[in-house]
Design a protein around this ligand. Structure first.
Ligand code: 6PG
Length: 480
């Protein structure tokens, strides 16, 4: 009997996805890895899955029912290109190659275009949920042609996470759309993690709380509006004790955060599209700063207030009030990170001719993925109306949260800055928020400067048109 689908790459993510497929979809699954022994070990370790192990791409093609479907679970970049190259030689017109890695959406667009002449369909699918999600139910963001989606749907729906009884899988749009929204998902993930970590730092260095105490705060937050997977695991991590030293685990982890690149892509694409995503960008920069060991060693002796658990500084005598304030600041920060991410999706969709249903997208982020959060229910509701808002900022619940939390965000940032606690995520979010509220800000002067030194023209507030002032002449104005 031939297999219905293949998983290529049997690392942790690939293995878990293959096991999920074998268990949930009722389909026979073939597995292939360049390291054939690794694929054989997977089959041996999980005999109940009855994996069919292929020894090379041609063997795999022979073991798959036609038209074939293969899901690549290999590293993004060169490994993905070479796996596609191998499969393209063995596969035929009508077959589908799915890339389930964290590929850049522009690579996905190019790869699809390169395969066009072969008749092989290419679908870039964003998969979120980490190892556990891959095994028990990830959130799946499918890109590619509607025809490819129709073929993939019966395979993917059974393995996706469920939000209520809805499967967290949807067709996002053609070519790179699935990987585009996965990239933004990760950008929001970075922002969320940064804001959570800043809240932790404020509680530790500002209020002098211990990690186990802070774990309780996060556990409590996880019963309210902040409820989310990332807040939940934060409480878990903070309560964990290092076996070797008996110290809180978080205290023995080196203070240097790594990144594989998707957060940076979200910031870069934001820059390319002219979409402000400062909270996401700050989250990326903060990881870079944390890892800039030499620079930090140099910076340690710089002048300024030095907060710390030994000398807590955010009026610790009023701890309960401060904790509530920090929680509200975190909530508004999180909402603004979503506003930025959704803005990037709206503009990206327009640029790339994708018709992305924002409500449906929020719907498939409600379970399985890393940014799953109670907040997403409200985003779904906001877009699930006959006349959905054009952007998330216009949603009623966003305005309500802004109203109830802006003062807390402001005072939290002011206190943190006054006491020398770095809160780049919260601070840049507040500036973004205030920038949005400002009727006449600093840009008029910038545009005037541009016209002054480079004749770059300007628009006027009092009448339409494009204008230039003859700065080096008689300073008269011309309409251009
Ligand atoms: C997911 C995650 C995942 C990502 C890791 C690591 O949605 O399951 O976003 O795809 O690769 O979280 O990302 P960084 O190494 O860049 O932090």
């Amino acid at each position: 009997m031939k297999a219905d689908v293949a998983v290529i790459g049997t690392g942790v993510m690939g293995s878990n996805l293959a096991r999920n497929l074998a268990r949930q979809s009722g389909h026979r699954v073939a597995v292939y890895d360049r390291d054939v022994e690794r694929a054989q070990k997977l089959a041996a370790d999980f005999p109940e899955a009855e994996f069919i192990v292929a020894s090379d791409p041609a063997d795999l093609a022979g073991k798959l029912a036609e038209p074939r479907v293969a899901i690549l679970m290999v590293n993004a970049g060169r490994a993905t290109d070479s796996a596609i190259g191998d499969l393209a030689e063995a596969f035929a017109s009508g077959d589908i190659i799915v890339d389930g890695g964290n590929s850049h959406f522009r690579d996905t667009i190019d790869r699809g275009a390169r395969l066009e002449g072969t008749g092989i369909e290419f679908a870039g699918v964003g998969i979120s949920g980490g190892e556990v999600g891959a095994l028990l139910g990830p959130s799946l963001m499918v890109g590619g042609s509607p025809a490819a989606w129709q073929r993939l749907r019966p395979l993917l729906e059974p393995i996706a996470a469920k939000a209520g009884d809805e499967a967290c899988v949807d067709h996002i749009g053609t070519d790179g759309a699935g990987h585009f929204v996965k990239m933004v998902h990760n950008g929001i993930e970075y922002a969320d993690m940064q804001l959570i970590s800043e809240a932790f730092t404020l509680l530790r260095d500002g209020l002098g709380m211990t990690p186990p105490e802070i774990a309780e705060v996060f556990a409590d937050w996880n019963t309210g509006e902040l409820e989310s997977y990332l807040v939940e695991i934060t409480a878990d991590v903070l309560a964990h004790v290092d076996e070797a030293t008996g110290r809180p685990f978080v205290d023995i982890v080196a203070d240097a955060a790594k990144a594989k690149g998707t957060g940076a892509w979200t910031a870069q694409v934001g820059l390319d599209l002219g979409v402000p995503v400062p909270t996401i960008a700050e989250a990326v920069f903060s990881r870079s700063l944390s890892s800039a060991v030499d620079l930090r060693a140099e910076g340690l002796s710089l002048a300024g207030p030095r907060p710390g658990a030994e000398s807590p500084s955010l009026s610790p005598d009023d701890r309960a009030t401060r904790i509530v304030e920090i929680g509200k600041a975190l909530l508004l920060g999180k909402v603004m990170a979503y506003v930025q991410g959704f803005h990037e999706i709206v503009v990206g969709a327009r640029e790339n001719d994708w018709d992305i249903d924002l409500g449906a997208l929020a719907g498939i982020w409600r379970a399985g993925c890393i940014i799953r959060a109670r907040l997403l229910d409200r985003i779904v509701e906001a877009f699930d109306t006959p006349t959905p808002p054009e952007n998330l900022l216009a949603a009623g619940f966003v305005r309500k949260i802004a109203e109830t939390c802006q003062e807390s965000l402001r005072s939290t940032v002011v206190r943190a800055i006054g006491h020398g606690i770095a809160v780049p995520g919260l601070a840049s979010t507040l500036s973004y928020f205030d920038g949005l509220r400002t009727e006449a800000g600093s840009a008029a002067l910038i545009q005037a400067q541009r016209d002054r030194f480079g004749s770059h023209t300007y628009a006027r507030t009092d009448r339409p048109g494009v204008f230039h002032t003859r700065w080096s002449g008689d300073r008269s104005e011309v309409e251009v």
